[in-house]
Design a protein around this ligand. Structure first.
Ligand code: NAP
Length: 290
């Protein structure tokens, strides 16, 4: 299955490298062309000028771009090459409605679409260890599975189009609650003047541990939050979750509190930090003068 990759950001560049290692990658393209050219040189693949040129040369396209409007604009850009047999796999985190729109746009031309958002962070993308949740037909999923196995460790067909994104929204709500808890606990530990490295080592093996505690509490201990999962992106995801919850007539406190915190962080110029930067707000609680 010859595969092309669109969107060579923090996640996409690693995913493209892993597809190349597994022998699936036939080419890449990116809005900022220099990134595609640099990666093509690094991994010996072809950089195409635009999505349609790439899509015309491959059996499957994977895209991993930012938000709903970006996915829809990439789908528009692929349309000239949409044809029976083309499989389009979207690994971006967007709404289930956007997945359904993309599928409906491609279907009349015979092209299949799968929503396949991923979880596992930049590290998971680098290590081909992503959890991948897929929505779409069983037939499209069966075709996509070998490609997705090259970038992920747990690849699951959740149900029809949109079900991948609904599963991802579930995950994003959970991440909000966990990063809140880890940041509050670490700010408390710091106020108690505990040795934070020992706290991380010991509690990392305890019942309250989590991926975020093990991987992001060290950022908090160093007060340094290099972009892994940007505040801006989780903010975007939680707004999708808020809309989806509102359809059930529900407001969820984890979503609302975290969005209020992210608004403050973005305003303060921390929107491109990793979400563990929320620790800043929690330490300020213990030091009201700061
Ligand atoms: P990123 O580093 O900001 O990269 C975004 C990529 O999308 C870039 O290649 C960008 O092109 C491209 N892009 C954005 N808008 C576009 C448009 N309108 N047309 C064409 N290309 C466009 O983001 P990321 O961290 O890789 O995240 C990508 C997706 O994965 C997001 O939906 C995010 O929510 C999801 N995700 C991220 C993580 C994480 O830890 N980072 C984890 C799981 C899921 P340029 O190079 O030209 O800017």
């Amino acid at each position: 299955m010859q595969t092309g990759f669109i969107g060579l950001g923090a996640m996409g560049a690693h995913m493209a490298r892993n597809l190349k290692r597994a022998g699936f990658l036939a080419g890449v393209t990116n809005r900022t062309a220099q990134k595609a050219q640099a990666l093509a040189l690094e991994i010996d693949t072809i950089a195409y000028a635009n999505p349609a040129e790439l899509a015309a040369k491959v059996d499957a396209i994977i895209l991993c771009v930012s938000a709903d409007a970006d996915v829809l604009s990439v789908i528009d850009a692929i349309m000239p090459a949409a044809r029976p047999g083309l499989l389009v796999i979207d690994c971006s985190t967007v709404s289930a409605d956007t997945a359904r729109r993309a599928e409906a746009q491609l279907r009349p031309l015979g092209a299949a679409f799968l929503d396949c958002p991923v979880s596992g962070g930049v590290e998971g993308a680098r290590d081909a260890a992503l959890a991948i949740m897929c929505g779409g037909s069983a037939e499209a999923f069966a075709r996509a599975k070998p490609i997705l196995d090259a970038i992920g460790r747990a690849v699951t067909h959740m149900g029809p189009t949109g079900f991948g994104q609904s599963t991802k929204a579930t995950n994003q709500i959970m991440c909000a609650g966990i990063i809140q808890a880890v940041a509050e606990a670490m700010a408390f530990a710091q106020a108690e003047q505990l040795p934070l490295d020992k706290v991380i080592e010991t509690l990392g093996k305890g019942a309250g541990s989590s991926w975020y505690f093990v991987n992001r509490a060290p950022f908090m201990a160093k007060d340094h939050f290099p972009a892994g999962f940007r505040v801006r992106l989780h903010d975007k995801d939680l707004k999708i979750c808020r809309q989806m919850a509102a359809r059930h007539g529900v407001t969820l406190s984890v979503i609302e509190t975290t969005l209020a915190h992210y608004a403050q962080l973005i305003e303060g110029g921390f929107g491109d930090d990793d979400i563990s930067t929320i620790f800043r707000l929690k330490t300020a609680l213990f030091d009201p003068k700061s």
